[in-house]
Design a protein. Sequence first.
Lengths: 384, 384
Amino acid sequence: MTDAFPPNLLTKSAAQHLHELPGHSKDAGVDGWLLFSAASVAYLAGYETPIESGPAAYAPHPAALLCMNGEPPELFLADAERLPDPPTSLLVTPFASYTIDRPLPGLSGLIELLLARLRRHAGATIGIEPDETPAAVLTALMAGLPGLQKVDASGALRHLRTIKTLEERALLRAAVRLTDTGQQTAKRMARPGMTEIELYGEIHKSMEMMAGTRVPILPDVLSGTRTAEVGGPPSDRAMAEGELVLIDLVPRLHGYWGDSCNTFAVGEPSSVQRVIMGGIERVLAGAIAMVRPGLLASELHGWMHAEAAKIGPAFAHHAGHGLGVAWHEEPRITSYNDMPLEAGMVIALEPGVYFPGEFGVRKEAIMEVTSTGADVYTGWFDRQ
Amino acid sequence: MTDAFPPNLLTKSAAQHLHELPGHSKDAGVDGWLLFSAASVAYLAGYETPIESGPAAYAPHPAALLCMNGEPPELFLADAERLPDPPTSLLVTPFASYTIDRPLPGLSGLIELLLARLRRHAGATIGIEPDETPAAVLTALMAGLPGLQKVDASGALRHLRTIKTLEERALLRAAVRLTDTGQQTAKRMARPGMTEIELYGEIHKSMEMMAGTRVPILPDVLSGTRTAEVGGPPSDRAMAEGELVLIDLVPRLHGYWGDSCNTFAVGEPSSVQRVIMGGIERVLAGAIAMVRPGLLASELHGWMHAEAAKIGPAFAHHAGHGLGVAWHEEPRITSYNDMPLEAGMVIALEPGVYFPGEFGVRKEAIMEVTSTGADVYTGWFDRQ
């Protein structure tokens, strides 16, 4: 990244969240927290779970964070993994994961450590994330510590993450800047005869070179009639002159996820394509202009959907979502969600129209909700 | 991929495994199986879990496979996901995952379906993979179905996967061929001044273009003194003339993992580098020549380690491992493992030496154990 970007921003951000966590225990009805999700260990411990190749044979769950009220927080980290720069308040304790002198231990070493730590908390109530906690761990804790109570803290944690700190906003801005690089590469390199997968290779390479490291990414790369399919990975389809290309890039940088979608023509767009792309840009620009504290997510969705429907078959997906240590979080910009926007939220807005069998257009920008409106992070959209 | 590669080979392979699974129930002491791991759903249902961007907000666990003896096997698949070509014997049942008219349901829809299916199996014993099963599911099943018994079937499943069928060997050969492409790109493109991450971008792009689709990959890309560190992701370090580059590529293609490691010099190697690289190649060639049914994994490890130690500080990692729907499985080629090699195993062998602060050299080839020796899949190694 650029030299101006403080390398330990994720650590600083996590340290602050870690410091504040005990203050939320009462509201959540817990005496402590035992957290396995990639989102939580990034948010609270600054640990970026390696995800690009799936769960590792050596460490299907590489990290677990235990925060008991009144005790130092402790991250249990598979000894095949590293956390180079942990928050100073955090204990980092390795557990056996990669072994060559005996069979792979799985989670047994972690379970032993957790049993030892929790033994002095008989009768405590711990907040967990049941969808992300391995059954092996919970079964062993419940069997070994009969007084231990557990509650689902997933909702409380998601709620905590909705408003972003200064540090998080800087992290998100950097992740969005990375999508700008990807979008610029896409527009510069796309040409007739090139396959979607080759274009994607150029996009991804340019983003990884900017980051100076690997960048996990969730991409939609669609061309021609595929753009009507809303989403999907790059294929070996070759792009043709005059076709539309839809590029949605969701990369992780320093633990935080960027997002961005653009649709453009290979070569010159037809006048129909031009009108529809211009229409969706105006919906996006109008939505950005509406953003302010107090506006309900459902109102924003309703306006965007109604405006898109004036152009064509309007999106059947969310109109937007929060961004953070997960690539889709609160506030979800959806019809049911009466959550009011608040200053410090960082949201994606992504109106689209999709003409089945012909083409689709989606444009997406990321912005911070400020006290007076929106601070747009996405660079390429303004420049169009 | 090449036109010669049957596109439904993963489905065929899974169908066969699915057909044979009930026959293993007695040995495993179970009346059925409930499986969540990416390895198991690929092996038995032909489903390739999308992994490149970590657990999805919409479906932290996208697939669960339920196989009760005497009933058709059923894959529960998040409705945000697709399995275009399931085995004909497999029921595929969607569960709600992505919703826009109400909050995201997490695993609640899946849990409801599992409770309904398992209600008629009161008192049954199901085999599970406790490290990969979400606590939310197991807790709900145990609470809702008090008679249900669970046993850890992870070991039994790993054992099943050790010997590869004809289809699996074709799948692994294709995944290894993909690593050949990556290694050829690495050798062709590496030049003084290029960063590791740029070289990696070219490697990954070439592999994805060959596959015609995204390729999840676990890479070590190290240059200069970093090669002594054994492994690690590409960084923004620039390579210099005469330095060594170590490239270990572990990609997934059609559900199966390839593997391959080469070490070469940018420009001309020094005579010391040449001698050491030649030495490690001879250890690898010697190990390949030893491979035959009946040879113990521990014997193979012992010979390789002793030979590498004659050259320099010998590897402190495994000497090799099985490959399949996981990138590291049995037979682990390690000092403790007295498992005999058998025809139909597909293994990686990867001797190395690492001179701290100077450089490291590792060479790795993949081979099938045949009735008489080894059939080497790795193309670039023979050609050197």
